[in-house]
Write a protein that binds this ligand. Sequence first.
Ligand code: HEM
Length: 314
Amino acid sequence: MSTDDLARRAIDAVCAISGDHPGFRAVHAKGTLCAATFTPSADASRLSRATHFAGDAVRAHVRFSNGSGNPDAPDYEPREGRGMATKFYLPDETTTDIVGINLPAFFVGTVDGFLDFCRARVPDPATGEPDPAAIGAFLEQHPEALTAGAAVLAATPPESYVQCAYNSLHAYRFVDDAGDGRYGRYRWEPEAGEASLSAEDAEARGPDYLQDDLATRLAGSPAAFTLSLQVAEDGDAVDDPTVPWPDERRRVTMGRLEITGIAHDREQGDDVLVFDPTRVTDGIELSNDAILHFRTRAYAESVLRRSGIARSSV
Ligand code: HEM
């Protein structure tokens, strides 16, 4: 990963929304890391020759997070995407990542659009809230943001990080043993089912209730997610994360992730843990999605600012 001017502008833009918080991720600053095991389904290896889809279970880490760049933002904030970032440890000692969010689409499909999106959300110093006129002007200029925007407006705080479904939003090309490929988008479905709280109930649970809930649940028993792949058909937008595909598209179960406990074995000392959606492995290829390709540059700049290093550990 290397950093560049555009990446610096993007990180300055997100920091203008929630401030500089040295040592923390520029966004998704507050989160909890968990240990997990991924077991692929029998169908997974028919779609991709990637080694974690091949049959044997692999070790994984999962970081659940809130979207804000403010690590002190309360967990009950309703208008925030929640993240689920997963790192699979492969037999050849490399890793591959899936970074998902509990929204059905992203707000923009271009880097310029992302900078507009950030500018529109800078809080008005008088109210401490985004300026509704700026948000309105952004939506007029970027109608592609309406799907994600409507989902955020309708969202209520989750009951638990393990009761949200998370989407990769970007499509990847899955290549099988014969070299044949098809595009798909990941989705993590919680085995406990999706559930949310009223704003009042969430607030009553306290500012760290999502982190506390994880620790309590996992001390009792594991939590699990099913990984599914929504398979594209001809004409589906494979390079545009603002456009959901029709619900009736085939979904293939790729495996089951069992989250076994809170993890304490990474993000210590010199270990800089980075979940990067472009970190793929043989059998999975990137689409031409401009946002997907830009993310690795923006993440590198955030990593540099939070850790002082230009390269992440695997
Ligand atoms: C241009 C678009 C985007 C930019 C500039 C951006 C920027 C960032 C940055 C700077 C980080 C912190 C990286 C680090 O320090 O390790 C981050 C983390 C994250 N982003 Fe994005 N992001 C973008 C799009 C997305 C999309 C489309 C998704 C959802 C699919 C997403 C989900 C996440 C999640 C879940 C994390 C937390 C990862 C972790 O736990 O380490 N981001 N993003």
